[in-house]
Design a binder for this molecule. Structure first.
Ligand code: GLV
Ligand code: MN
Ligand code: MN
Length: 415
């Protein structure tokens, strides 16, 4: 079986961390100068490894193996949240690079084909999983044209600034691949809490988003009596509170919802706000609780609007992500490799975060492997994992990749 090089793996991960490093975390949002620097560095790294490498017109970096036969696509994303951790996405990207190197260095696996990838904008600066959507042909022109970040920058302008306007976009060659495997930090506490080292992902959550716009009447905070007010912020607080009261009645065990972005205008202490907006995001591994939450929102909005004070407009804030099951055959390969390297210390588990694998799964058999996150913290500068867990996860992935490819190339179509 191929052996990864722990020092080489950790040193490349730390190098990627240094691009956009801030505090203990990383600020490398999609298309920023740091993001594009990291993508150019990766392209060079892929080439040094013997891959044929391209940065496509949305910023995806793909390194293609020159070996014949069915290939395995391995990778994740190298963009980060506005204030992100150093491993979210980066771990799976550098694992991809290391798996290519490990298989190439072993006589038994050197002819197997592994392509490495870093997708663009998984973290939703413009469109969540922009790169994997573009690659799989599921990025609609309307979504792309309407894409604007939180600061009002249009996607088209960010592409031009990053030097990507007019650069050809890759399309996934589905027939080339036996499948896609994405490794990732868990970003939650389950592996650490149960003392396990590897998660074999069974499904990825679905996600929906609703944007509420509240319109009232801006006015003086001293002279406007409470009964006369049409205060957009107060209606926002009321709706948010009622969502928090009502959703638990419809929620499944792992349904989660977040109201993590809001704006109150003009945001001044002595002004009754005339305008506010709020984003609600909710997730579950099946559609039924998400449908039920949507019905609750419709009822609450209709009830508040019927009072005739502040009006609420509710529209989808993003293209929904459907819940996705991971490929059973690929999970089996990962589970066997996990049992070899961490006997009894691995588990099947759902993913509460969404991932590019959720989009690639529509075109290719796809699977994911998780390693523990210290304290279950992610999307924060404090995000971290133990070196020994990082090394173990990569070794499991390398073994799984070799066995997936050996099976796919021995009997095409069989995994
Ligand atoms: C992806 O980063 C997510 O928010 O799940
Ligand atoms: Mn991620
Ligand atoms: Mn993330």
């Amino acid at each position: 079986m191929p052996a990864i090089d722990p020092e080489r793996l950790l040193s490349d991960l730390r190098h990627l961390r240094s691009i956009g490093a801030q505090d203990r975390g990383v600020v490398r949002p999609a298309f920023s100068a740091a993001d594009m620097e990291a993508r150019r560095w990766l392209k060079k790294r892929y080439e040094e490894t013997g891959l044929e490498s391209t940065i496509d017109g949305v910023g995806n970096v793909l390194g293609r193996s020159r070996n014949p036969g069915k290939a395995l696509l391995v990778g994740s994303h190298s963009d980060t949240q506005p204030t992100g951790g150093w491993l979210d996405g980066a771990l799976g990207v550098i694992y991809g690079l290391e798996v290519v190197r490990a298989l190439a260095a072993d006589d038994a696996t050197r002819t197997l084909a592994v392509d490495a990838v870093s997708f663009q904008d998984e973290e939703s600066r413009f469109v969540g999983c922009l790169g994997s959507r573009s690659l799989t042909g599921t990025l609609s022109p309307e979504v792309e044209q309407g894409a604007v970040d939180n600061g009002g920058v249009r996607l088209a302008d960010a592409l031009r600034e990053a030097g990507l306007a007019g650069v050809p976009r890759l399309r996934l060659e589905a027939a080339r691949y036996a499948g896609f495997v994405e490794a990732h930090i868990e970003q939650g506490p389950d592996l650490e809490d149960t003392g396990r080292k590897i998660g074999v992902v069974s499904s990825i959550v679905g996600l929906r988003g609703i944007r509420f716009v509240f319109r009232g009447q801006q006015n003086h905070a001293g002279t406007t009596m409470m009964a006369r007010r049409r205060d957009a912020a107060t209606t926002l607080y009321e709706l948010a509170h009622r969502i928090n009261q009502e959703f638990p009645k419809a929620a499944g065990e792992r349904t989660v919802w977040t109201m993590g972005r809001l704006r109150v205008t003009p945001n001044a202490t002595s002004i009754v706000p005339g305008y506010a907006d709020l984003d609600l995001q909710f997730r579950d591994a099946s559609d039924a609780p998400l449908d039920a939450c949507e019905r609750i929102v419709a009822r609450l909005v209709a009830e508040i609007n019927a009072r005739g004070g502040v009006s609420i407009e509710a529209t989808p804030s993003r293209t929904p992500i459907p819940p996705t099951r991971m490929d059973a055959g690929l999970q089996e390969h990962i589970a066997r490799a996990a049992e070899r390297h961490a006997p009894g210390k691995w588990q099947h588990m759902p993913s509460g975060a969404f991932h590019d694998a959720g989009f690639i799964a529509a075109s290719l058999p796809s699977a994911m492997l998780f390693i523990p996150s210290i304290g279950g913290i992610s999307h924060d500068f404090a995000e971290d994992s133990r070196d020994e867990d990082i090394v173990l996860g990569c070794q499991v992935l390398a073994d799984a990749a070799a066995s997936i490819l050996a099976a796919a190339n021995a009997a095409p179509g069989v995994q």
